[in-house]
Design a protein around this ligand. Structure first.
Ligand code: PEP
Length: 238
């Protein structure tokens, strides 16, 4: 089974990288690979107008209502957005999002015709105490896996730290996550790796059989580095 690799740029609370909207932008889709950018809400419209496949970093599951500061999935869809991140560990941490909130977001995204990219991953202490599979299983089992969704495995201890699992450890977790997916979707679901990906390590991760691309934070803010990571994604499947 060949799954088209996907490389997603999570720009978090940062301004647009230089040249992101230009014709020769590193963030434009290339042949043989898909890309997504996740800008702030303020930059979403300009990314969409520039023709970049664009997602939101969060969407509220309710369509409208008294939720100060939030934007709903319904509004994101209406604005032209195609993708949405659900359950990024920084949201789980900063906004106390629980598994049930992440499921509600993913289900609302699907109802509204958005493609959810759902983040899962264990903390450093959960890995140290060998509970990483148990935690990730808990996070994955509740997800709407009969639908078309993407999972991003992001060990929390690897995000923004420069520390990563070995590609083999990541592959082991990806294969485990895939084993939790119902038969009908098991071979087609894309499972991305995220956590301190760089131009230097991307190829090793993307070369693993169950790693279908990456969710890239810090390195995605540097266009030349992001371009190299996308090329690694192409190279890994050629
Ligand atoms: C992320 O925030 O999703 C991420 C993977 O960050 P970084 O690449 O900076 O570790």
């Amino acid at each position: 089974m060949t799954r088209t690799p996907l490389i997603a740029a999570n720009w978090k609370m940062n301004p647009l990288p230089e040249g992101a909207l230009e014709k020769d932008s590193a963030y434009r889709p290339q042949s043989g690979i898909e890309t997504i950018v996740f800008p702030t809400f303020l930059d979403m419209q300009s990314c969409l107008e520039a023709g970049l496949p664009t997602g939101a970093q969060y969407g509220h599951p309710d369509s409208v209502g008294a939720h100060t500061g939030d934007v709903s999935m319904t509004m994101l869809k209406k604005a032209g957005c195609q993708f949405v991140l659900c359950g990024h560990s920084e949201r789980r941490r900063d906004h106390r999002e629980e598994d049930s909130d992440v499921v509600a977001q993913a289900e609302s995204a699907l109802r509204n015709g958005l493609h959810p990219v759902i983040c899962v991953g264990e903390t450093e202490s959960e890995r140290r105490t060998k509970r990483h599979k148990q935690i990730v299983e808990r996070q994955v089992r509740v997800l709407p896996l009969r639908e078309i969704v993407t999972i991003a495995y992001e060990p929390v201890w690897a995000i923004g730290t420069g520390v990563t699992p070995t590609p083999e450890q990541a592959q082991d977790m990806h294969a485990f996550i895939r084993s939790l997916v119902p038969d009908a979707r098991r071979e087609t679901i894309r499972i991305l790796y995220g956590g301190s990906l760089t131009a230097d390590n991307a190829l090793e991760f993307f070369g693993q059989p169950d790693i279908d691309g990456g969710l890239v934070g810090g390195a995605s803010l540097k266009p030349a580095v992001f371009r190299a990571i996308v090329l690694a994604g192409v190279q890994a499947r050629s």
